[in-house]
Write a protein that binds this ligand. Structure first.
Ligand code: CMP
Length: 299
């Protein structure tokens, strides 16, 4: 799994307030080109972990361009401003005069300088007449960043709806939203296995899970509880218990937001602190208590 932060293109180098004003322009393309661009993006080591929506938006915003044989597409050492997907023809990649490789259709190049805010790491020259799709730095970074911002605000809303998090200060919620990882499961997938070690805590953001326990190996699994959206589990791990006290399996498609113990401790200092907070209403307090009771039963 790749951390969500890691796929945002150098978020610290971008001022988010500038990005909300950027209008993304989309360019029509036929089915073949759309598919080729998507394939290229998904084949690239640095982009394959992007969300599907980001891949589609990048594809949508790429504009066509072409160059003739012998042209220099990218010059090593320059400030880069464009990411390319090659549609037709061949290019050669060289570094300090040495040939690194040739690249054919359905490949991304020119991504490194944009992703890492560095100068062009190599020279790229057209070996034939070439057709390219291109996206500029600003559009590319906007897509990377804007999705991140939207996700962040969705996570914040979601965390606020979880009773035990309601009393947390805004800045802590925001940090939690930063470090969350989204994970997806299909029907019957084990999310947690009883007896296994683990240091992660899960909040269900979509779907349903079954919590079950087994007295001893070979015994029947007894379903203890079903949990749904907004419920959490794996909480014992946050208190320092490594061994999972129950199994949790997905019922249908499930999305969880996952936090690991170290990050959680750093941010909140243990769940007890959450439970000791003053709650706004008796209802919230009762919900929190119910969750705490549930987890003490499971343990
Ligand atoms: P960038 O540094 O932006 O511009 C030059 C591009 O050449 C670079 O991004 C990569 O897309 C590509 N490139 C650099 N090094 C290699 C390599 N060793 N193999 C293949 N492609 C490379």
């Amino acid at each position: 799994r790749m951390k969500r932060q890691a796929i945002s293109a150098e978020p610290t180098a971008i001022d988010p307030s500038q990005l909300t004003d950027v209008t993304l322009k989309s360019y029509d393309k036929n089915k073949e080109s759309s598919e080729l661009i998507q394939r290229a993006l998904m084949d690239n080591d640095f982009m394959k972990h992007l969300e599907h929506g980001q891949i589609l938006t990048i594809m949508d915003c790429m504009h066509p361009t072409s160059l003739t044989k012998g042209c220099c597409v990218i010059q090593e050492g320059d400030d880069g401003s464009t990411v390319y997907v090659l549609e037709e023809g061949m290019v050669e990649v060289t570094k300090q005069g040495k040939k690194l490789c040739t690249i054919g259709p359905a490949k991304v190049f020119g991504e490194l300088a944009i992703l890492y805010n560095c100068t062009r790491t190599a020279t790229v020259t057209a070996l034939t007449d070439i057709k390219l799709w291109a996206i500029d730095r600003q559009g590319f970074q906007t897509i990377m960043m804007r999705t991140g911002l939207i996700k962040h605000s969705q996570y914040m809303d979601f965390l606020r709806s979880v009773p035990s998090f309601q009393s947390l200060p805004e800045d802590i919620l925001s940090k939690l939203a930063d470090v969350l990882e989204e994970t997806h499961y299909s029907d019957c997938d084990y999310i947690i296995r009883q007896g296994a070690t683990g240091d992660t805590f899960f909040i269900i953001s979509e779907g349903q899970v079954k919590v079950s326990q087994q007295d001893s190996p070979g015994d029947e699994q007894v379903i203890v509880k079903t949990l749904t959206k907004g419920d959490w589990f794996g909480e014992q791990a946050l208190k320092g218990e490594d061994v999972r006290t129950a199994s949790v399996t997905a019922v249908g498609d499930v999305t969880c937001l996952v936090i690991d113990r170290e990050l959680f401790k750093q941010l909140i200092g243990g769940l007890d602190d959450v439970n000791n907070k003053q709650y706004d209403s008796d209802e919230v307090k009762a919900n929190v208590q119910a969750e705490a009771d549930f987890f003490s039963r499971v343990s």
